[in-house]
Design a protein around this ligand. Structure first.
Ligand SMILES: C[S@@+](CC[C@H](N)C(=O)[O-])C[C@H]1O[C@@H](n2cnc3c(N)ncnc32)[C@H](O)[C@@H]1O
Length: 450
């Protein structure tokens, strides 16, 4: 239902905006985060949590909801009616996972067809959702054997997880289907982890220290960043524990020249500077709109860096031929280790993406390796669980690049206890855990001195 705000803009209901966001994701017009950033201003601020719950919920449960929806329709909606399909998925999500009374979920979905000016679909929407209401148990039982319903993940991903990680398969599925914990990174340039934990306690926010990253705290319950003490003063940042390992592994020292090759939104850029604010840091990022996020992060943290908006693989566009002591390459990847944070992966990610990403990664690795000085170190990182993007990528590079060799991940930080993750043929693979870290991959490479 439209509500006119006291300003001139029209505010739409969370459900109407959710239909637009989900339809655009289904039409491959952007990710959940970009779509939410684009449309959330269209709802009143008090309805943003509901908008997020609807959109994250549909994406998180998409493999199951999609199977149910397709089983209820005699033929799928045409592409021009993707908004109706989004409406149906939202209705099913409300019926299966929200406290909305059933009749309200059905009526709102029917009303949504009218608001979309597709009155012809009201009867269909009503009939389909009412049938689900009546026959839910039977419908779900009939679909249970499908991998997309049994594991609530796309079939191709289930296959790959099973093939690559049979031992960790259940853990990966369980952790990837739940809400991620909120983990923060304490800036020990400003405050110790223990002191910050006390500051949190004074605000009634309970936390536990992470095991692997000395800067990490897990919050028992997620809070808004403006509820975190001294957030604006740069005392803390929100960052997963696995991601925090990057700066600890690379351990930059005063006066070193460091490259952060794929830097936005700047989580690791900030952490590298927290480790030593006296490094000379260059951050390269392809996307101008994501570059702005690095800028605002660094302003909040109060550290300077040389920011360049460019394709890191095109050295002629950005590199001045001054070599770096250390390079962090946090490469664009399938993000299959962080599905719980980006559940739209369940809708959008396709097997062909992996092939394309492997090529992009290769181009960036080969280019930025040239910017590393002899005797320098490059940390290759992804938030992927696909061996093609990780250990196989590194195996190929080491085999082809005569001056590259793998170094133990604690070479630059002897205090790092390598008990996290699993040693693989090259580097270490971390898996997502319930209430714990995200899935991640690290491999440290050393360039020979000659
Ligand atoms: C995994 S994210 C980096 C996350 C970041 N390191 C952090 O901790 O906040 C990968 C980034 O690489 C950027 N990117 C993709 N291709 C690139 C390229 N060819 N050159 C530079 N950046 C690129 C993407 O836009 C994205 O921001």
């Amino acid at each position: 239902m439209n509500q006119t705000s006291d300003t001139t803009s029209i505010q739409h209901s969370a459900r109407q905006v959710a239909i637009k966001v989900i339809a655009n994701i289904l039409l491959q017009q952007g990710s959940l985060s970009t779509q939410l950033a684009r449309y959330q201003a269209d709802v009143a601020s008090e309805h943003i949590p509901l908008l997020k719950e609807l959109c994250f919920g549909v994406c998180r449960h998409y493999p199951t909801l999609n199977s149910i929806a397709l089983s209820l329709l005699s033929h799928p909606f045409e592409e021009k009616d993707t908004d109706l399909y989004a409406t149906l998925l939202l209705g099913l999500y409300q019926l299966t996972h929200m406290n909305t009374p059933d009749h309200a979920a059905v009526n709102e979905s029917v009303e949504a067809c009218r608001l979309l000016k597709k009155d012809w679909a009201t009867k269909l929407m009503n009939a389909v959702l009412r049938r689900y209401q009546r026959e839910a148990d039977e419908i779900v039982t009939n679909l249970e054997a499908m991998p997309s319903v049994e594991f609530n993940q796309p079939k191709w991903l289930v296959k790959r997880f099973k093939k690559h990680w049979p031992e960790q398969f259940e853990q990966i599925i369980e952790a990837s289907n739940t809400h991620p914990p909120m983990c923060i990174r304490v800036n020990d340039d400003r405050v110790s982890r223990e002191t910050y934990q006390e500051l949190l306690m004074k605000e009634g926010i309970k936390s536990e220290a992470g095991e692997f990253s000395a800067s990490s705290l897990y919050l028992r319950k997620a809070v808004r960043v403006d509820q975190l003490p001294k957030f604006e003063e740069g005392f803390v940042s929100v960052q997963d524990e696995s991601a925090q390992l990057s700066a600890h592994i690379l351990s930059p020292k005063e006066d070193e020249k460091v490259l952060d090759a794929c830097a936005a939104p700047g989580g690791k850029t900030g952490h590298l500077l927290e480790k030593s604010s006296r490094i000379e840091l260059t951050a390269v990022e392809l996307e101008p709109w994501r570059m702005e996020k690095i800028e605002s992060n660094l302003v909040r943290l109060g550290y300077p860096a040389h920011l360049i908006c460019a394709d890191a693989s095109k050295l002629e566009d950005w590199w001045d031929e001054e070599t770096f002591d250390k390079v962090l390459l946090d490469a664009p990847c399938s993000a299959t280790g962080v599905i719980r944070r980006n559940p739209d992966i369940k809708i959008n990610r396709k097997p062909a993406d992996i092939v394309e990403l492997v090529e992009i990664q290769q181009e960036i690795i080969q280019a930025v390796w040239k910017t590393l000085k002899p005797g320098g170190f490059m940390l290759y990182a992804t938030c992927s669980l696909m061996p093609e993007e990780n250990e196989q990528q590194m195996a190929k590079f080491i085999a082809e690049q005569a001056d590259a060799k793998e170094a133990p991940l604690n070479t630059l930080a002897a205090e790092l206890d390598l008990t996290w993750g699993t040693q693989v043929s090259h580097g270490r693979q971390l898996f997502p855990t319930l209430n714990g870290q995200d899935g991640f991959y690290y491999c440290l490479l050393e360039k020979s001195s000659q």
